[in-house]
Write a new protein. Structure first.
Ligand code: AMP
Length: 551
């Protein structure tokens, strides 16, 4: 027997419709790429997004066609986002931090028809335009006065592109499983793969992401997504904010400590989200200038593990609650959240800090389990490591054009229908998960696993350390042993002995790095994470002193 409730497809156009009807005057503020702060409202974003739809239709875009953006978080990006998805076309957010060749490859693979880009990226667009096989229209997200000059490509100004188009257009009315967004994984292993979100997955994920124990935003919040829209939907915030009527503050191209601090204070931000590197920059800036945070209440941190020093600074020095989030592009992206449970509240401060360093428990809509190499479940005792597998309505089933298919249905799943995250984790008795490594980054020493992440998190707390990475280096006796690579803060010169002494006692003896090297800069990948592949390449011939002794 079927239920007798109304059929109301879960399509993302309803999110902006809801904002326009219920919060038409709520602001969306942008640090524009041109420079000044610009202010709009959800009502105006809605109207201009409709103009985007009409402009796209005029250029021949049909439902299912891909429309790319190479863009910062701005109000125009939000308009292009909803204008494209609303009509049933697919908004493909391209990560501008990839190499130009990769960007061209991705755009060709996606067969994008239109490319919206911020003027910051005009040099990239100019360089790749001759190699783009399907893009017919290049829209510079600015007005006519600011359109960059190009010898090669015809750039249309965004304001001209939408000018004169009607502020009404039909949105939605299609199956909720229709594709809405496309985002490629960063491609650190092999070719990038396209994750194709559906309207339904985005709506369900946004609702899950805004539960009280997750982001918990409401109409009185002011939300600053530093995390870019090209990182898996700005962690759902581009949907969450209009859904619940939060004021939205978007940082444009300026993600440095001073610029973010200024927005947090002048716009009275209450909730923000970004990867740890952004917060390291902000915290350094605040310390240097002896600044305080007057309105910020919660900060979501994810993308890589929250370093203990960052957690303590926010919670102990500035009174801001840290929400540790874990997820991945294939999960829309949030999978788990580090909000404490009543059992944690009963603990002392230090135990709570320890609990918060874990990646947290599954959101509703995510099933999570850890298994061994054969797929047998591992116990939830907080000690046993296993491959972390997930499933849910906002988890990828297959990649675009069946890339990386593992079965004849083109799916990228394990035989039991779970998705292998490529992470290795423990889950404790309370269901709290802790990532111990990427499967490919764990250090295999004497048949046991050492977590590179655990050591890195401790090392970044040592004096004079700006960033730290741990990789496995070949060892004749143990197979691999950990090497600690440290990027010192400007002017600091931490020694090997000081660093090892700092770590000693905080991890098992046999996890202690066999050696320490200082480097000027730890290489970061396109999503701001440590590029272990590059580090392994840099140190592939490195001889540990302990290895020489064992030979
Ligand atoms: P991406 O798809 O680029 O967002 O990368 C996803 C991967 O980032 C995950 O599979 C994890 O390895 C890593 N990651 C994301 N969030 C965290 C976190 N809070 N702690 C540790 N690793 C994380």
């Amino acid at each position: 027997m079927l239920g007798l409730m109304q059929d109301w497809p879960l399509t993302v156009d309803r999110i902006l419709d809801h904002a326009k009807i219920n919060f038409p005057r709520r602001e969306a503020v942008t640090r524009s790429v041109e420079g000044p702060i610009s202010r709009t409202t959800y009502g105006t974003v809605w109207r201009r997004a409709k103009q985007v739809t009409n402009a796209l239709i005029e250029r021949g875009i049909r439902p299912g066609d891909r429309v790319a953006t190479l863009a910062w978080n701005t109000e125009r990006h939000l308009e292009a986002w909803f204008g494209t998805m609303g009509m049933g076309a697919v908004l493909h957010t391209v990560n501008p931090r990839l190499f130009p060749e990769q960007i061209a490859w991705i755009i060709n693979h996606a067969e994008d028809q239109v490319l919206f880009f911020d003027t910051t990226f005009a040099p990239i667009v100019d360089k790749i335009a001759p190699h783009l096989k399907t893009v017919k229209t290049f829209v510079a997200m600015t007005d006519r006065d600011h359109v960059p000059k190009s010898e090669v490509t015809h750039f249309v100004a965004y304001e001209d592109f939408i000018h004169g188009h009607a502020q009404e257009a039909t949105w939605g009315g299609f199956d909720e499983n229709t594709a809405a967004g496309l985002c490629y994984t960063s491609g650190t292993t092999g070719e990038p793969k396209g994750v194709l979100y559906s309207h339904r997955s985005n709506v369900l994920h946004a609702m899950a992401a805004n539960q009280a124990d997750v982001f918990g935003c409401g109409a009185s919040d002011v939300v600053l997504p530093v995390v870019p829209m090209f990182h898996a939907n700005a962690w759902a915030i581009a949907f969450v904010a209009p859904m619940c009527g939060s004021k939205l503050v978007m940082p444009g191209a300026k993600l440095d400590g001073a610029s973010i601090y200024e927005l947090l204070e002048t716009e009275k931000v209450t909730f923000t989200a970004a990867v740890p590197t952004v917060w390291l920059m902000l915290l350094n800036h605040m310390r240097e200038h002896n600044l305080k945070l007057s309105t910020l209440k919660r900060v979501a941190i994810g993308g890589s593990a929250v370093p203990e020093a960052v957690l303590r600074a926010f919670e102990e020095d500035y009174g801001v609650e840290v929400i540790h989030a874990w997820g991945m592009t294939e999960m829309s992206p949030i999978g788990s959240i580090g909000k404490l449970l009543p059992e944690h509240h009963a603990m002392d401060h230090e135990s709570r800090i320890r609990a918060k360093l874990k990646q947290g428990r599954a959101l509703f809509t995510v099933d999570m389990k850890i298994v061994d190499d054969e797929g047998a479940p591992k116990p939830h005792d907080g000690k046993a490591f296993g491959r972390l597998l997930v499933r849910g309505p906002a988890v990828a089933r297959a990649y675009f054009k069946n890339a990386g298919a593992r079965n004849d249905k083109g799916e990228c799943l394990e035989p039991d229908g779970f998705f292998d995250t490529g992470d290795v984790a423990t889950i404790d008795e309370l269901g709290v998960m802790q990532i111990t490594d990427r499967a490919k980054d764990v250090i295999k020493s004497g048949g046991e696993w050492i977590s590179s992440i655990d050591i890195e998190n401790i090392a970044v707390g040592a004096e004079g350390v700006a960033n730290a990475a741990v990789i496995g280096v070949a060892h004749p006796k143990w197979d691999e042993r950990p090497l600690l690579i440290v990027e010192p803060k400007p002017g600091a010169e931490p020694t090997r002995e000081q660093l090892l002494a700092f770590i000693d006692g905080k991890i098992a003896k046999w996890w202690m790095p066999d050696d320490v090297v200082l480097v000027e800069k730890i290489p970061l990948g396109a999503t701001g994470k440590i590029n272990k592949l590059a580090l392994r390449e840099m140190f592939k011939d490195y001889k540990l002193p302990s290895a020489q002794a064992a030979e």
